[in-house]
Design a protein around this ligand. Structure first.
Ligand code: PLP
Length: 385
């Protein structure tokens, strides 16, 4: 075979972060089969789906045995888009359903968005969810890193951007640092984007972990509909990592038309069953179940916070986020310390350097685990520090 392949792959890290950590954990387990590894690495949920979503899926399956529900509309069924629109109204934000595009998860949309962009500087938080940078590098876009470090509370602010007409990715509560912007900080991002003709891509995947009085959508900021696109997911809130439903909001006509065209070209809708489940997850009962689930993970995070404090480990996050961002002891890189935690205490975390160069010296702990695992980790932590 002599075809030319996409050279842009050479610009990506050789392995996807979680494939590398999974390999190291499995190698360790193979050589130490008697030791039980506690996994606080990958951000997958551990609680089963809520009853409301399950019931809606069962009903949808029965319906499909009686009537045909073939290809779903590319932008989603009206019943779900209307539920999403009502979800925004709970926050006093008006989002017409025509602005909403149902997706099979936030990662897919975040990965696909770069299809829309011409030559613009792309700014991503570093450390950050690897997809923002990787997807743009694959599309041969120029990517700039905004440091999310101790000095700025692990959240980049507009001073980090040195171009007009920039495309700026933001995530709040932020993965991996677990920190979140205040309303005022989000407003200053929106003001900056409007002043500089920039676009904000707001990743809202962890919204459900925010307390009531914190921002729940970028569109709570004045003027955000002029300059922001929002990407949402039911993965971490309703536990839909295996069901696959999210949505994106495109308030600006020009981008919306391009996205609709892009989706028509490369996307074939989300299953009827999943969309009925998502509708149920956004009902009053569904939202109550989401609250129970997020409370469980936040209690895990609180236990981890306490254990880190007891061991004098500096950390951020874990208050409105399932993630804790801890500083590794001096003399270690984050990959060294990842290996050390695995070997000494059989705790699997995620090395900060995997989220970008400014993540070096840190490690992410995830509270997406059973209470039993988290309690065990709290007992074992002293072995590492
Ligand atoms: N955005 C962030 C910041 C994430 O951490 C994740 C998953 O870990 C996603 C998006 C992807 O979510 P989804 O399961 O909807 O693809």
């Amino acid at each position: 075979m002599k075809i030319r392949t996409n050279r842009a792959f050479e610009n990506l890290p050789k392995n996807y972060l979680f494939s590398e950590t999974a390999k190291r954990i499995s190698d360790y387990e193979k050589t130490n089969p008697e030791r039980k590894v506690c996994r606080l690495g990958i951000g997958d949920v551990v609680l089963p789906l809520g009853k409301t979503a399950i019931k809606a899926m069962q009903t949808a399956i029965s319906e499909m045995g009686k009537t045909v529900h073939g290809y779903a509309p590319e932008s989603g069924y009206d019943f779900l888009k209307e539920s999403i629109s009502r979800w925004y109204l709970r926050r006093k934000v008006e989002i017409p359903s025509e602005w909403i595009f149902v997706s099979d998860g936030a990662k897919n949309d975040l990965g696909a968005l770069s299809d829309l962009f011409g030559k613009n500087p792309i700014y991503v938080p570093d450390p950050g969810y690897p997809v923002y940078a990787d997807a743009n590098l694959l599309g041969n876009h120029r990517v700039y890193r905004m440091a999310a470090v101790k000095e700025n509370g692990f959240l980049p602010m507009p001073q980090a951007v040195h171009h007009k007409r920039a495309i700026i990715y933001l995530c709040s509560p932020h993965n991996p640092t677990g920190t979140a912007y205040t309303k005022k900080q989000l407003q200053s991002w929106v003001n900056f984007a409007r002043e500089t003709d920039s676009l904000l891509i707001f990743d809202n995947a962890y919204e459900a972990f925010q307390p009531e009085d914190s921002p729940h959508t970028i569109f709570e900021a004045d003027g955000a509909t002029e300059c922001a696109v929002e990407i949402n997911s039911l993965s971490k809130s309703a536990g839909f990592t295996g069901v696959r439903v999210g949505w994106s909001v495109f308030p600006q006509n020009a981008l919306r038309l391009l996205w609709a065209r892009r989706q028509a070209c490369k996307h074939n809708g989300v299953s009827y069953i999943s969309q009925r489940a998502a509708q149920a997850a956004l009902s009053e009962e569904g939202i109550a179940e989401i609250r129970e689930h997020t409370a469980y993970y936040l209690e895990n995070a609180a236990l981890l916070r306490e254990a880190l404090r007891d061991n004098d480990v500096p950390f951020a996050g874990g208050v409105c986020s399932p993630y804790l961002w801890l500083q590794v002891p001096e003399g270690y890189t984050s990959w060294d310390f990842f290996d050390q935690m695995l070997r000494k205490a059989q705790i699997a975390a995620t090395p900060g350097a995997g989220f970008g160069k400014y993540g070096e010296g840190y490690l992410r702990l995830s509270a997406f685990a059973s209470r039993e695992t988290v309690t065990e980790v709290c007992h074992r932590l002293w072995k590492c520090f």
